[in-house]
Ligand binder design. Sequence first.
Ligand code: SF4
Length: 419
Amino acid sequence: METFINNYEAKRKTKRHTLWENVPDEQWEDWKWQLSNRINSVEEISKIINLTDSEINALQSDSLFRVDITPYFISLLDPDDPNCPLRKQVIPTEKEKEAFLGMQEDSLGEDAFSPVKGITHRYPDRVLMLVTTQCASYCRYCTRSRLVGDSSKNYSGSDLEKQIEYIRNNPKVRDVLLSGGDPLVLPVKRLKLILSKLREIPHLDIVRIGSRTPIFNPFVVTKELCDMLSEFHPLWVNIHVNHDKEITPELREACSNMLNVGIPLGNQAVLLKGINDTVNIQRKLCIDLVKMRVRPYYLYQCDLVKGAGHFRTSYTKGIEIIEGLRGHISGYAVPTFVVDAPYGGGKIPVAPNYIVSQTEGKVLLRNFEGFMTVYIDPIQNRDIHTEEVIDEDEDVSVLKLLQGRQKTIIPQNYRKSKE
Ligand code: SF4
């Protein structure tokens, strides 16, 4: 069955910047052309974006994380708004130079859990395998900015062999996450070679790929790539969309093409101050992801990585956002909010508290509307203190629910709002 979509209507294509209006479609939609024509200097970027002094100074600084932006992605930026949520993700400002409390180069402590160059073995049954240091464009908040973008730190064939050898020699590993950098910037043949060698390992159940390339350069999702990936099921891909403005017809098409060869897609977003740190932005993002069959998987608290201090929100902002998602939109669209713990603690889910109180045999729960109720567990012969009446005239209270003297606490107008 032919499932690959390669002729989306011209009118649905995202507008490109006038600088490239005469580039034939064939080139524009060639992912290699997009990579070869990335821009990074003040001179080039200022032809497209009205840069602020802070952006100019940062772009001229040698000490900051690499800049490179595909023509496709820079065409999505607002040239006149320094607060454009997409612009802030790829154009540096001087704020990247600011130190902050807790700042680290290796904010997840990955190096301490690295038995072989490029492998992080943090969890019992799965490993992270870094296959390249290169990306299609570079995110200003990148957790691995200590490695990413630096060609001299890239992984050689022999490094990859050693990584695969490590996995082969560890029978408990049943799940490998390919990351980097971005695995989807590798030539298809090289990625195929890696996947083939991994698939020869009998104890490996699944392979996952984490990639932001479809967002920066959706043309990478070619028929050749999809056909190749489909040989290695079960294979999962997590993309990385932070804002619904990144969801274009081209990205939708790229996702459709991966989904249509049986690759389940998830999304990992990073919570970024001034970019996507409101309930409304996250609701729209999550709903739009589900509309294109991408399951919102994780919402990450921004890491304590050098250069990203100005993107950090308080973790309570993440809890507030989940409070605004859970129950308000379908559960399928709600990601898990996680703090990737410093010093290698791994991902720790953090959520609003839905358990208001508990006593033996009873838990007092509240829903997203503030409706409170008691769930009674099935344990027999427990002491449930029903006789412990304190004051019948006492006002509504949580204690009354626990003691069985009241069944629910209902917010004012609750029933009315359901009518
Ligand atoms: S795509 Fe991923 S690895 Fe590459 S710069 Fe962005 S966050 Fe870092």
